[in-house]
Design a binder for this molecule. Structure first.
Ligand code: NAD
Ligand code: TYD
Length: 356
């Protein structure tokens, strides 16, 4: 296979590319704009590999996309490029509409034009895999799980933009016959996650002795999925998923935010005890809640488990411990981000923009 991966310099895309290249089963063309969130360091080891190519392209740029498809001639697309942070979508929805909606549309148009011209065997084998989120389903109460049949009810600009792209992908399958598959996954964590997201931000702040800002009362629940488990799921969906279908992917690891942060404090304390022997739990600070904060996400993964024989291999306990160890061992990586791109300031309070 020759797989065109969009957003391959990001947290999840780079994990997928590392797995594809290590397994020696595919050639990869990484199409990425390199926004603030990109972590090209995650692919440093593969930069010169024969089976790997990088194209710095914005998916909103149709001409550049056409040129990449014509030159690289992929047999499949895995579409991960997106603006991915809910809090930033509250502050600036425009970038999310551009990349997640308009960019996905341009990519669908380009892929469809390219696919139409393929020979019949290549045409039948071609796949367009769209990577989405469980946040399109909205918020759960104390009970229940999202299934593939749960109605869409997105609540944030981010989830609304992802829901839009899911609908576009569905329409391109139904209307033009493009062979698509879509997956909707829960919150990922693991190596190379940009420190604007809960888990890396809390690990880094705990190491630095800074306040640990928990939104609201910390009672919101997320279903945590290790990024390497997710990457395996994505490769299974691409290679074995049924055309036109959607697959939910969850970690079976529901946890309240306050408990996640408490676990991180204990893991960091065990590895780097504070001089005075006190617990980093003292750093937990409850702050103003996120506007429109979804209470609970939980994913029913029984379809991908039974159809594609996938299941998560990492428990939250083992995965979180490995993640804390990774951030301890890669301080130079996150220090570079803190110095140049993001200092951990609060985002997403919906403060009105200044006129003009
Ligand atoms: P990320 O923010 O770490 O990476 C996104 C990548 O996309 C970056 O490398 C960025 O440079 C690139 N990109 C952004 N805009 C682009 C554009 N216009 N053109 C080309 N490249 C562009 O995101 P992630 O966490 O790796 O998420 C990957 C995908 O998975 C996204 O589609 C996201 O919605 C979805 N997802 C993520 C999670 C999660 O927990 N991280 C959960 C569910 C779904
Ligand atoms: P986040 O990592 O931003 O992912 P998402 O919004 O896509 O679920 O946030 C995970 C949860 O952690 C979410 O309920 C918001 C909460 N949160 C905090 O309490 N404090 C923080 O500083 C951040 C970034 C998130």
């Amino acid at each position: 296979m020759k797989i065109l991966v969009t957003g391959g310099a990001g947290f999840i895309g780079s994990a997928v590319i590392r797995q594809l290249l290590s397994s020696k089963t595919a050639q990869v063309v990484n199409v990425d704009k390199l926004t603030y969130a990109a972590t090209p360091e995650a692919l440093e080891h593969w930069a010169e590999a024969e089976d790997y190519a990088f194209e710095q392209v914005d998916i909103c740029d149709a001409a550049a996309l056409h040129a990449v498809f014509a030159r690289r001639r992929p047999t499949a697309v895995m579409h991960l490029a997106a603006e991915s942070h809910v809090d930033r979508s509250i502050d600036n929805a425009g970038d999310f509409i551009q990349t997640n909606v308009v960019g996905s549309y341009r990519l669908l148009e380009t892929a469809t034009a390219y696919w139409r011209e393929l020979e019949s065997a290549e045409k039948a084998a071609f796949r367009f895999h769209h990577i989405s989120t469980d946040e399109v389903f909205g918020a759960l109460g104390a009970e229940g799980h999202f299934t593939e049949e749960t109605p869409y009810q997105p609540n944030s600009p981010y989830s609304a933009s992802k829901a839009s792209s899911d609908h576009l992908v569905r329409a391109w399958n139904k209307t033009y016959g493009l062979p698509t598959v879509t997956s909707n996954c829960s919150n990922n964590y693991g190596l190379y996650q940009f420190p604007e997201k809960l888990i890396p931000l809390m690990i880094i702040n705990a190491l630095k002795g800074k306040a640990l800002p928990v939104y609201g009362k910390g009672e919101n629940v997320r279903d945590w999925l290790h990024v390497e488990d997710h990457a395996r799921a994505l490769i299974a969906v691409l290679t074995q998923g049924r055309v036109g279908e959607t697959y939910n992917v969850g970690g079976d690891s529901e946890e309240r935010n306050i408990d996640v942060v408490g676990r991180i404090c204990d893991l960091v304390d065990a590895r780097q005890p504070r001089g005075d022997g006190s617990s980093r739990r003292d750093l937990i600070t409850f702050v103003t809640d996120r506007p429109g904060h979804d209470l609970r996400y939980a994913v029913d993964s029984s379809k991908i488990r039974s159809e594609l024989a996938w299941r998560p291999m990492e428990s939250f306990e083992t995965g979180l411990a490995k993640t804390v160890d990774w951030y301890l061992a890669h301080e130079a990586w996150w220090q570079g981000i803190l110095e140049r791109r993001y200092q951990g300031e609060r985002l997403g309070l919906a403060t009105p923009k200044k006129a003009g």
